[in-house]
Design a protein around this ligand. Sequence first.
Ligand code: AHM
Ligand code: MG
Length: 335
Amino acid sequence: MAKQNQTLGEFIIEKQTEFKYSSGELSKLINAIRLAAKVVNHEVNKAGLVDILGTAGETNVQGEQQQKLDVLANDAFIRTLTNREIVCGIASEEEDTFVKINSSDRNNQNKYVVLIDPLDGSSNIDVNVSVGTIFSIYRRVTPVGTPVTEEDFLQPGKNQVAAGYVIYGTSTMLVYTTGHGVNGFTLNPAIGTFYLSHPNMIYPDNGRIYSINEGNYVHFPQGVKDYIKYCQTEEDDRPYTSRYIGSLVSDFHRNMIKGGIFIYPKSSKATDGKLRLLYECNPMAFLAEQANAKASNGFERILDIQPTELHQRVPFFCGSKKMVEKAEEFMQKYR
Ligand code: AHM
Ligand code: MG
């Protein structure tokens, strides 16, 4: 039973011992993410009010360098995590390669690497639609005290120790898991505190919402086309409702609460789909499984995929168990 008015800070301390490597390092790391999320939230809320929507590299009237919000969010997360010296490396969707964090005591003793998509769905900013930050945390596989290598980041999603997202929506929420269920916290902007508002989030087993960019229909594999037709057929509890924001975090969040499936398939134009395995699909898949849902590439579990490159893309089917299983059935027919 959730405690009344429990803050995220209190929750992190309470749960610290639940975690199998409870040195406190992971808690500090999630605290740093909480802080960076508040910084980004502040900036996102100013979008449209101040001269912040310009292209990165431009100079504003004050002669200051303008930054796009996704660049700003990237800097906020990297800076916060770097300054606090709590990770040994960061990989970001916004960076070509991973960042090694040097520690002031020369040998970085930190065990964790973080992968982030600092502002996912950022094309939605200009039209005042919700965007999000996605994060994923692993223990490094190379020895502590040595510089991180790509190997530390190219781990299958099942190795994640924590993952989550921040949704900058009608209210700002931080939703995360450390492998013991999924909990959601809503920001009270007046005092800058996240409160536990959605304890133990669970995807409904089945749902009536399908989320896919149907504009690409002609380019989809036949299995996906057939599944879309299934969703639209009048039978039993169908036709389903179509909802697609084009902002993964928002589409996922809605589907987790209401029940639904999100699909970003491969297409004849994008042979591996669009979404990134490490920054988008793995963290969402970990959250989905922790919330009793399912995530696959149409055939195999997302969390089992061995990544081969940092910016690897993968088809993504994620949501209510029964819906994902039904979509997979259609995919199997054309395997
Ligand atoms: P981004 O990382 O460049 O923001 O792209 C990811 C976003 C997801 O949030 C969303 O699900 C998808 O792109 C939408 O793509 P499309 O416009 O092709 O439907
Ligand atoms: Mg993204």
